[in-house]
Design a protein around this ligand. Structure first.
Ligand code: SF4
Length: 303
């Protein structure tokens, strides 16, 4: 039985994923986010208990034989995976055995300024980093970091890392009601996100029970806030009940919408009414717009 490997689980954004959990027995995180799906816990600045690289690789080899049709191997933890002290060695070993599978890591970005962490992440196919706030006071309120973490260091690290990294970088913003759900916050986030220039930004809200009493925002709020993120493909996570199919736009309005930022095929399918979809396809045929792929997700973009 696997102790460090879980899944496969179907991920809407990355395909069929086999998970590697670097802290299966307890939460070890340098954040204590209000929205965490794990129970609240005292933050740490280093992992106290962790598996060896060999223990993980032995289990992963068995799992890869059994689940040969997976798309991606995801490094994660009950907590923060970049606190794992042998991350670079682990990444190199996984790369040796993964064949055509992609390697993905989900991290809170807290250690991205650390050269050792940067070196480990440079060899990963898809790096997904959280950035919920660009404002120090809100960052502390929402993510409740350990004293060893500073937003300034994170932002500096993100700028540095994005210049070095040649693979796919995704930033994720999780929006919480009465915390980072303001226009000012998203204007500040837009500024830093455009400096980082990731392949994609994912915007979501709480959709599972959380460690503390905090609330999700509505899909409409996510939509409004997402409009502040310019030039970068944005994916808004949504539940089915948000789907509307009633947005009616003419050609010029569609062009204006895409001028603001690329729109995902999924969002278009969910939001546009039938006539707007037809106009969009006409624009595609006339080559006024094009379809691009940002890490498995199609986006319509101005040509
Ligand atoms: S970074 Fe992730 S694991 Fe850590 S407290 Fe926040 S949500 Fe939980």
């Amino acid at each position: 039985m696997s102790h460090f490997i879980f899944g496969p689980v179907q991920s809407r954004r990355f395909g069929l994923s086999l998970g590697v959990d670097l802290s299966p027995d307890k939460k070890q995180c340098n954040f204590d986010c209000l929205y965490c799906e794990l129970k609240g816990a005292k933050t740490v600045d280093a992992m106290q208990t962790f598996p060896t690289v060999q223990e993980i690789i032995d289990e992963l080899k068995i799992a890869l034989e059994k689940f040969s049709d997976i798309d991606v191997i995801t490094i994660t933890a009950n907590g923060e995976p970049t606190l794992y002290p042998h991350l670079e060695e682990l990444v190199n070993e996984i790369n040796r055995i993964k064949n055509d599978k992609k390697l993905l890591i989900l991290s809170n970005a807290s250690c991205i300024y650390d050269k050792k962490v940067q070196n480990a992440l440079l060899n990963i196919d898809i790096v997904k980093l959280s950035l919920d706030s660009a404002m120090p006071v809100m960052f502390k309120k929402l993510n409740r970091p350990n004293n060893s973490v500073s937003l300034e260091q994170i932002l500096k690290g993100l700028r540095e890392f994005s210049k070095l990294f040649g693979n796919e970088l995704v930033l994720e913003i999780l929006v919480v009601e009465n915390f980072n759900d303001t226009r000012d916050e998203f204007i500040a986030l837009n500024r830093i996100i455009n400096e980082i220039n990731p392949s994609r930004v994912d915007i979501s809200t709480i959709d599972r029970p959380s460690a503390y009493k905090v609330k999700a925002v509505s899909y409409e709020t996510l939509e409004i806030l997402a409009r502040e993120i310019k030039n970068i493909p944005v994916m808004i996570a949504k539940r089915k009940e948000f789907d509307k199919n009633n947005l009616s736009l003419d050609e010029e309005e569609i062009i204006q919408l895409l001028k603001m930022r690329p729109q995902s095929e999924e969002d278009i399918n969910n939001m546009f009414d039938e006539n707007s979809k037809k106009l969009l396809l006409d624009l595609l045929k006339k080559e006024k717009i094009k379809l691009i792929n940002a890490i498995g997700i199609n986006f319509y973009k101005l040509n």
